[in-house]
Design a protein around this ligand. Structure first.
Ligand code: IPM
Ligand code: MN
Length: 350
């Protein structure tokens, strides 16, 4: 019995999660596993009413679940940063979800913005460190508000934090068993403390994985190659900030935010799965947002729970629809409504 914590969140989050839950119901019947869901009302509305984000008690509560299924966090009436830090980052850090796993896979070449690229050219995974780096929130102002003001923002990298991320990436590359190539994406030529530690750790761990080919790319060059030669990549490991940036580019290369999903993985604990696009306030309540990213996040959740067959069945249904039904992956242009796309996936589960 899987206990799933569901956080619809803000904007279009609840709408896309609803479609994901339709698919979950269908696959549980078809493949014969049991689950129960508990809804959590974390998000902008609750914050505006009560001033609450996520506290230690909420984190302790979430620890009781098999996994967390999240829609989106971000509300137009709340100052940027409050919900992101108070809910999303708080949960990632609180549950030690130290990996952010973001597959970049093109399901239909017509939706790739890069000329002459086909499905086989865009199939890689970014392993983003999810607990340290610039996201640690360390720093200070000096002489704030004066003409001599200084703002310092520190990238915090521990040997333990870097090593566990790199080890995860090597294991993942081995298990994925495709091109068996792991690329470290960094900035060794400028950020000579952080990336010296990353490079040394990477090289040491690599010596234990003789079956995995290794490579290195600076982050700026990585963005160039995402566009020029995405087929060079198999698995990429990088820090929190670079991972954040390159996966938005990755999402575009795979066809847009409508299809991009990610998992905040706590290998020893409770993981959280989400579509990586935001709360899209302007589309809220219109039944036009693409729920496939949320459905792909559901598939990742089931894979992580050990239901690989189920995850594959969902992915196959999504591929079928993206190839043969939808007119576009963008909100309002799919040729179907949000709920119709959810229904299409349900009907196509084989
Ligand atoms: C993401 C988002 C978050 C991040 C924001 C909303 C805090 O951009 O999941 O990539 O920066 O990690
Ligand atoms: Mn981001």
């Amino acid at each position: 019995m899987y206990k799933i914590a569901v956080i619809g969140g803000d904007g279009t989050g609840p709408e896309v999660v609803k479609e994901g839950l339709k698919v979950l119901k269908k696959v549980s019947e078809k493949f014969g596993f049991k689950y129960e869901i508990t809804m959590f009302d974390f998000g902008g509305e609750r914050y505006l009413k009560t001033g609450k984000t996520v506290d230690e008690k909420d984190i302790e509560e979430l620890r009781k679940y098999s996994a967390i299924y999240l829609g989106a966090i971000g509300h137009p009436d709340v100052k940027p940063g409050i919900l992101e830090q108070g809910i999303l980052l708080k949960t990632r850090f609180g549950l030690d979800q130290y990996i952010n796993l973001r597959p970049v896979k093109l399901y239909n070449k017509d939706y790739c913005p890069i000329k002459n690229k086909v499905e086989a050219d865009v199939d890689f995974v970014v392993v983003r460190e999810n607990s340290e780096g610039l996201y640690k929130g360390m720093g200070e102002f000096q002489n704030k508000g004066t003409k001599d003001e200084v703002a310092i923002q520190i990238s915090y990298n521990t040997r333990v934090g870097v090593e566990r991320c790199i080890r995860y990436a090597f294991e993942y590359t081995r298990k994925r068993n495709k091109r068996k190539t792991l690329t470290l994406c960094g900035k060794t030529n400028v950020l000579t403390y952080a990336w010296d530690l990353w490079q040394r750790t990477f090289d040491e761990v690599a010596s234990e994985y003789s079956d995995i080919k290794t490579d290195y790319a600076h982050v700026d060059a990585t963005t160039m190659w995402f566009v020029k030669n995405p087929e060079w990549f198999d698995v990429i490991v990088t820090d929190n900030m670079f991972g954040d940036i390159i996966t938005d580019l990755g999402a575009m290369v795979q066809g847009g935010m409508g299809i991009a999903a990610g998992g905040n993985i706590s290998p020893e604990g409770v993981s959280m799965f989400e579509p990586i696009g935001g709360s899209a306030p302007k589309y809220t309540g219109k039944n036009v947002i693409n729920p496939l990213a949320a459905i792909c996040a559901l598939s990742m959740m089931l894979e992580t729970l050990g239901e690989e067959k189920v995850a594959n069945a969902i992915e196959s249904a999504v591929i079928d629809i993206v190839k043969n039904k939808l007119k576009s992956l963008a909100a309002g242009k799919m040729g179907y409504s949000t709920s119709e796309v959810g229904d299409l996936v349900v009907e196509n589960i084989k």
